[in-house]
Design a protein around this ligand. Structure first.
Ligand code: TMP
Length: 205
């Protein structure tokens, strides 16, 4: 079972993931992330920091995804493990559609084609949604802002995410990131347990 957690910068993904580690410990999940689950992620971080051209950056994100799938996600799923990824392919579609605007004719089509035929679609995606003002306020305390963390970019990225959730309501679960931390953790943890439960009952003869 593959669960992904998505959302713009500043929605509290990292805090949620830290809390899920203890809340879901009995399920023995594998927690992972993009970028950065493999050494290719280091190249991605460097590309982000140096603001390299958007095609190089997007290609590195896809390379990181390929390495992540082959070394970690696919083997874990084949063993029947629960995998929870902090960001995954929807991050690419949502963010690089913005950075590649005007660079390639159809950014989203280009990005989706890059994943076609080999990537694995998550079973469920929890999308943290927050007003852009609140996300920016939370990011204000952070040092070393990335180039994605600007109002226009975050706004466009969140609109992309919402369009994907609208198009695939059976995969996406929208999470109100303005709620109290405990409520968010409970909502997502309970949601993951329910998905596992219903997949088990479907598999029973
Ligand atoms: P992080 O803050 O979750 O570590 O992610 C680093 C930044 O990279 C964040 O601003 C989102 C961005 N990102 C993309 O632009 N495309 C991607 O495919 C991924 C995984 C992350």
């Amino acid at each position: 079972m593959l669960i992904t957690i998505e959302g713009i910068d500043g929605t509290g993904k990292s805090t949620l993931l830290t809390a899920l580690k203890s809340q879901l410990a009995d399920l023995d999940p594998i927690f992972t992330r993009e970028p950065g689950a493999t050494w290719v992620g280091e190249a991605v971080r460097r590309a982000i920091a140096e603001q390299i051209d958007p095609i190089t950056e997007a290609s590195l994100f896809v390379a990181d995804h390929a390495a992540h799938l082959s070394t970690l996600v696919r083997p874990a799923l084949n063993k029947g493990r629960l995998v929870i990824s902090d960001r995954y392919s929807d991050s690419r579609f949502a963010y690089q559609s913005v950075t590649l605007k005007g660079v390639v004719p159809d950014p989203e089509g280009w990005l989706r084609a890059m994943h076609d035929g080999w990537s694995i679609i998550p079973d469920r995606t929890f999308l943290l949604v927050l007003s852009i003002d609140d996300a920016l306020a939370r990011l204000a305390d952070k040092s070393g802002r990335e180039h994605f963390e600007k109002r226009e970019v975050l706004e466009a990225v969140q609109n992309n995410y919402l369009a994907y959730a609208w198009a695939e309501p059976s995969r996406f679960v929208i999470v109100d990131a303005a709620l109290e931390k405990e409520e968010i953790v409970k909502f997502v943890a309970d949601g993951i347990r329910q998905i596992l439960q219903s997949s088990k009952s479907h598999r029973q003869p």
